[in-house]
Structures are given as C-alpha cells and as structure tokens.
Design a protein around this ligand. Structure first.
Ligand code: PPS
Length: 292
C-alpha cells in the first residue's frame, strides 16, 4: 500500500498510489491521500446527491458540467469538476458543500460510498469507446508529469493499459462491474449516456439528463447548456485548470470520435480487438468507433 511505480516495456514507469490492491492517481502535495481513499465508503451521503461516474477519459468533465448547469441554472460561474471528485475529498469539505452536490468519480460500483445505495442517489454513468479512451488516457498520463512522472511511448503504454496497470485498474473490470449494476443494485436510479451519442446530438442528451434529474427547462436553456458545454467553450473557460508543461489543456484535448485511428497500428488494433473479445465475453456493449 502506498506509492508504486509501474514499469512499461520501454523502461518508463507510471507513479500511482495503491490502496487495498487498487490503483489510484497520486496527487502531489496531498497530505494523506490513502486515508481519503480509504474513507470513500464511509462518506456521509445526502438523498439529493448526484453522482457522475465513468472510467477515466470517457467524458466526465463534459457531463458533470451539463448536470451542474441544469441543476444550478448558474451559467456565469466557472468551476473545476476535480473539486467534486470523491477520491480527493475529505468528509469535512464535503459536508460544507451546498445541496444538491454533484459529485463525480472513476471508482468501481463496490467502491462507491455505502450511502449511495442506502439513499438511492441518482447516478449518471458515461460510456465511451475504449480505443478513444485509450488514446485520451495516454495523453493524460504523459502530460500530467507532476502526478504520474510518466514519459513512455504509445506502443509501450497501450499494453500497460490493456493489462489494467493504470489508475482505476482494468477497463474490462470497470465495464463489466458497471454493466452489472442493474443486477447488483436494481433499485438505484441510473442514466447511461454515451459519449459518441452526445457528440452526435448533444441536445438530445441534455434533454434526457434534465428529465432524469427532474430539472426540465426551456428549449432556450437547453441551447444555452449545449453552447456552454461545447468542447471549445469548455476548453476556453476551463482549460487553465489542468495545463500541461507545454501549456496545453490536458482535460480538453481533441474531443472527437475516432481519433484512435491516428494512433493504433493495424497490429495494435487487432491485438486490442482480440483481447477485448476475450476479456469481455458475456458482456455485450455496442461501442461506436467512428463518427456517423
Ligand atoms: S477525466 O480526466 O478522466 O475526468 O477525463 P474525462 O472528462 O472523463 O474525459 C476527457 C475526454 O473528454 C473530452 N471532452 C469533451 N469532449 C466533447 N465535448 C466536451 N465539452 C468535452 N470536454 C472534454 C476531452 O477532450 C477528453 O477526450 P480527448 O479524446 O482526450 O480529447
């Protein structure tokens, strides 16, 4: 338990934090990150807490901002969603937040606070095709140097990711765990949104989200939400929160469907498809790998 360095085949390592056999990101300057992570299950939950959940790089910032705008109607404030990530929040900070709290996490279902299931909080779950997620996560790991200290190459990174040796672990485990939530927690209200669908028709996603949150608004307001949560607007407003050493905004990179084609070789793509099929046997998720 504690800080670990995970080596790739090229001799570079990703620095992470390991807690009870699970990997989490290492946050520099955080005093007791392990205590915070160990406390997640016991966070005091309110009935009106809303959870935005996704494997990393699947659209958490985007959907969190949509939910925030719909629930608060505050179109002026620019807020960093990392301040609402339960992995990094102490209970005393959480307790001071006004309701409804819109929290977010990349944790597995069984790592969520117990209160989420007791209070039947609303969960918004986001899916994104895992090839675009992989490319996005590669940039995340190589750009957030103070956090991960990673300087690896794509060809050495991809096997590490497919082996689950990254923060939040195997994406196969994550996808299967969340796909089963209807059986493991049938009475928890959950809305699944798909990154590729949101790209194709953001307004349809915003309307669905508003209905789920009991926060229905005028078409004019939905258009405002669409505009404020467009990739360019969010990059302009929030890019400053996580800038890489070269100044590029890590959380707002390209925001496209199909960028994986610029990274995967034919052999990498074949290996990815084969491993995906093996690992996801019995769990059908129809991902879209290109924009329509
Ligand atoms: S994190 O760090 O895990 O919380 O990242 P997450 O927010 O889940 O995912 C980051 C990717 O989402 C893209 N993004 C967007 N796409 C479309 N529209 C908007 N508004 C938007 N905001 C963020 C972001 O660019 C990352 O994807 P890539 O492919 O790297 O561009």
């Amino acid at each position: 338990m504690g800080e670990v360095k995970i080596p790739d085949a090229g001799g570079n390592s990703i620095t992470l934090v390991e807690v009870d056999g699970h990997f989490f990101p290492r946050i520099p300057n955080e005093e007791n990150p392990i205590d915070v992570i160990k406390g997640i299950r016991d966070i005091t939950i309110r009935e009106d807490d809303v959870f935005v959940c996704a494997y990393p790089k699947c659209g958490t910032h985007w959907v969190w901002e949509m939910a925030r705008l719909l629930l608060s109607e505050d179109t002026d404030t620019v807020i960093n969603k990392e301040k609402f990530m339960i992995e990094f929040l102490r209970n005393d900070v959480l307790e001071k937040m006004p309701s409804p709290r819109i929290l977010n996490t990349h944790c597995l279902v069984e790592q969520l606070p117990r209160g989420v299931f007791e209070k039947k909080c609303k969960i918004i779950y986001i899916l994104r095709n895992p090839k675009d997620m992989a490319v996005s996560f590669f940039h995340h790991h190589t750009k957030l140097i103070p956090c991960y200290e990673y300087h690896g190459k794509w060809e050495n990174y991809l096997p590490l990711l497919m082996d689950g040796k990254v923060d939040y672990g195997s994406f196969y485990t994550y996808l299967k765990d969340w796909a089963a939530i209807g059986q493991t927690h049938p009475d928890v209200p959950i809305l699944t949104l798909v990154y590729e669908d949101l790209k194709e028709d953001p307004l349809a996603g915003i309307r669905k989200l508003a209905k789920f949150l009991n926060a229905e608004k005028s078409e004019e307001f939905y258009l405002k939400v669409k505009q404020l949560t467009s990739f360019n607007k969010m990059k302009e407003n929030k890019g400053k929160f996580y800038a890489a050493e070269d100044g590029s905004p890590v959380m707002y990179r390209k925001g496209e469907v199909g960028d994986w084609k610029n990274y995967f070789t034919v052999a990498q793509n074949e290996a990815f498809d084969r491993l995906y099929k093996e690992n996801m046997a019995g769990c059908d998720i129809n991902f879209r790998y290109s924009s329509k």
